[in-house]
Design a protein. Structure first.
Length: 145
């Protein structure tokens, strides 16, 4: 089994979905509903709306309500870096668990792991800033239906 077929899960699941959504918006050149985007990226519509809300709050997409509403990109794909998207969707307070190992040793372990993970995430974001959404789009062969 190849690495591509297994999938690499680095970062939050929202990151891949967010990139897919931005790519489909860029490809469409117009407005897409969350349901349309969800079907294109094979995601549940509720999860998709949460991701789109994060992208809207961080200025990547614009949301328009109503029957003819949906989402449009606010910036061209060649001006959106993967690092920006990762940073925008990488933290979600509602998904952070409470608690953890008990006691002082557990707290110290959590603190040290947190430092390492923060540095890892910082380096990941710096690396992802080298690539734009357009760079990813140029690597994919799209087939029109």
């Amino acid at each position: 089994m190849s690495t591509a077929s297994r999938g690499i899960n680095i970062g939050p699941p929202r990151f891949k979905i967010a990139i897919h959504a931005i790519v489909w918006l860029a490809k469409s050149g117009g407005t897409l509903s969350s349901a349309t985007i969800a079907s294109q990226v094979d995601s549940h519509a509720t999860f998709m709306r949460r991701v789109m809300q994060m992208l809207t709050m961080n200025g990547f997409v614009e949301s328009k309500g109503g029957r003819e509403g949906g989402y449009t990109l606010r910036r061209p794909a060649d001006q959106i870096t993967l690092g920006e998207v990762y940073a925008a969707v990488s933290s979600c307070p509602s998904e952070q668990g409470a608690g953890g190992p008990c006691g002082q040793a557990g707290e110290q372990l959590d603190a040290e792991l947190e430092k390492i993970l923060i540095e890892t995430e910082r380096q990941t974001i710096d690396y992802l800033r080298k690539y734009t959404v357009k760079d990813v789009m140029n690597r994919v062969e799209f087939f029109e239906h």
